[in-house]
Design a protein around this ligand. Structure first.
Ligand SMILES: [Zn+2]
Length: 136
């Protein structure tokens, strides 16, 4: 049996590497970098975070409780999607900034988009129906 086959046999029934594992590796690298760049007094904190992320990553990699590890990964993927959605919305708003103005509804905080240069407008929130006045 060669090394590859032995590794496959060892990893059989274990969780292995997933998106949360990748994130933990990147977080550990970020902590290592920050630890080097920031003042020496905070270095132990970043070292601790780095080791915690790596140990948790290895634990998840070797864990036989695949169901629980997949649930954790699912939770992580939901959070990642929310962050990516936020960045996409930021990018969209930046690209449309010359034609449109963006407002938040004062009562439900939904984002509203109105064309620029139309003077004072009474805006009606599509989500909650709240009406408020803004200059476009
Ligand atoms: Zn609203």
């Amino acid at each position: 049996m060669n090394f590859r086959q032995r590794m496959q046999q060892f990893m059989y029934g274990r969780n292995g590497f997933d998106q949360l594992g990748r994130f933990l590796i990147l977080a550990a690298l970020a902590c290592a970098l920050l630890g080097m760049l920031l003042p020496r007094t905070v270095y132990p904190l970043f070292l601790l975070l780095q080791y915690a992320a790596l140990i948790y990553c290895i634990f998840r990699l070797l864990s036989r409780n695949v169901y629980q590890r997949q649930r954790e990964n699912g939770w992580y993927l939901k959070k990642e999607q929310a962050v990516m959605r936020w960045f996409r919305s930021l990018k969209d708003r930046w690209q449309q900034r010359k034609e449109y103005k963006f407002f938040r509804c004062p009562s439900c905080h939904a984002l509203l988009r109105v064309p620029r240069g139309k003077g004072k407008l009474v805006l009606t929130c599509r989500k909650c129906g709240n009406r408020f006045e803004r200059k476009s």
